[in-house]
Ligand binder design. Structure first.
Ligand code: FMN
Length: 337
């Protein structure tokens, strides 16, 4: 399939694996890129720029296909040295960066001077327009369904995507709630040029996380996520567990007085406990409502091939079948699976 996104990034399929803390290691990014999508290493999971440089080098050994790096600008307990991370990205030969969290405006001149294409992930039309204005090449439009930080507008993709299509000139991908061919075709119908998946990619054979995490995603339904840190205007959608229930109790008890320190134990240092140790009650880790659409743990290639084959079937059979003249077209045209 050819779209503005496959052309922009030189990839075969319009499918991106969003940056994911403690998931976006070289194994994940390489598997997605090798299968024809765009894999992303999560920059800040590497504790120093030197470690990121090593992770990029490791990924180059695993795939010849293009892959990128996610650079997240979020409130953290200690601010990372972003210029050094960007230097590691540039020197590692990376030409695609996904930014997220805050506007990358401050770093755009450096990124552009290095010939890097920037796709900014954000949760509103106004932030998408700002990304376009500061020279981003594409946007990843993240709806309220998404795992991670959906912003504070609570805007689901059925509204957000067509609104983005009305306003944007640069290409965009749909992000949040994307799981399969139905998601991809719907996203294309609403004006996107592809899709970005986070949670779905965790439930794959290659995802370098504990088996308990993959099993939890297969077991979870669309009702099992919770929104935390709303009072801090740093909303995160997470999979419910005992740690998250404690967090929500603290949030309720503290009300407007809530400070990040009050929930430190339930949000800080949780990712290694979940992703490496498989402790599923450790606290808040990002997970999308799309968990309700995850029923198996295929390889990344099986997942992407299935999405692309099913998308073709949906477009050629189901959608064209609704047209008035569908029955009049030659049988061969209708039979393509
Ligand atoms: C476990 C997990 C960790 C994530 N970590 C990050 C991150 O560090 N930076 C970032 O920009 N997005 C992060 N995200 C968001 C994803 O890149 C993506 O935007 C989101 O998962 C899309 O929604 P979906 O989960 O419904 O596919 C994370 C998502 C998950 C599920």
């Amino acid at each position: 399939m050819k779209t503005a996104i496959t052309e922009l990034f030189g990839i075969e399929h319009p499918i991106i694996q969003g940056g994911m803390h403690y998931v976006g290691f070289a194994e994940m990014a390489a598997a997605v890129s090798d299968a024809g999508g765009l894999g992303l290493i999560t920059g800040l999971t590497q504790r120093t720029p030197e470690l990121l440089a090593k992770e990029i080098a490791r990924c180059h050994e695993m795939t010849d296909k293009p892959f990128g790096v996610n650079l997240t600008f979020l409130p953290t307990f200690s601010a990372p040295p972003y210029p050094e991370y960007i230097a590691a990205i540039r020197e590692g030969g990376i030409r695609i960066v996904e930014t997220a969290g805050r506007s990358p405006e401050q770093y755009m001149p450096t990124l552009k001077a290095a010939g890097i294409k920037v796709i900014h992930k954000c949760t509103s039309v106004r932030h998408s327009l700002k990304a376009e204005q500061i020279g981003c090449d594409a946007v990843s439009v993240d709806g309220f369904e998404c795992g991670g930080h959906p912003g504070e507008d609570d805007m689901p993709n059925m509204i957000l995507l067509p609104r983005a299509a009305e306003e944007l000139k640069i290409p965009f991908v749909a992000s949040g709630g994307m799981a399969d061919a139905r998601s991809l075709v719907a996203a294309l119908a609403m004006g996107a040029a592809g899709m970005n998946m986070g949670t779905r990619f965790i439930a794959t054979k290659e995802a370098p996380v504990h088996q308990n995490v993959k099993d939890a995603l297969v077991k979870a339904t669309e009702l099992d996520t919770r929104l935390v840190m709303r009072g801090l205007r740093n909303t995160e959608r997470v999979l419910n567990n005992k740690g998250v229930e404690q967090l929500l109790e603290i949030e309720q008890a503290k009300g407007k007085q809530l400070k990040i320190e009050d929930i430190h134990d339930q949000v800080a240092g949780v990712y290694p406990k979940v992703m490496i140790d498989g402790d599923m009650d450790a606290g808040a880790w990002s997970c999308g409502m799309v968990a309700g659409l995850i029923h198996d743990i295929p390889t990344v290639k099986e997942l992407i091939d299935r999405i692309m084959a099913d998308a073709e079937r949906i477009i050629r059979q189901r959608l064209t079948g609704f047209l008035d003249d569908a029955g009049k077209r030659p049988v061969a045209a209708r039979a393509i699976a």
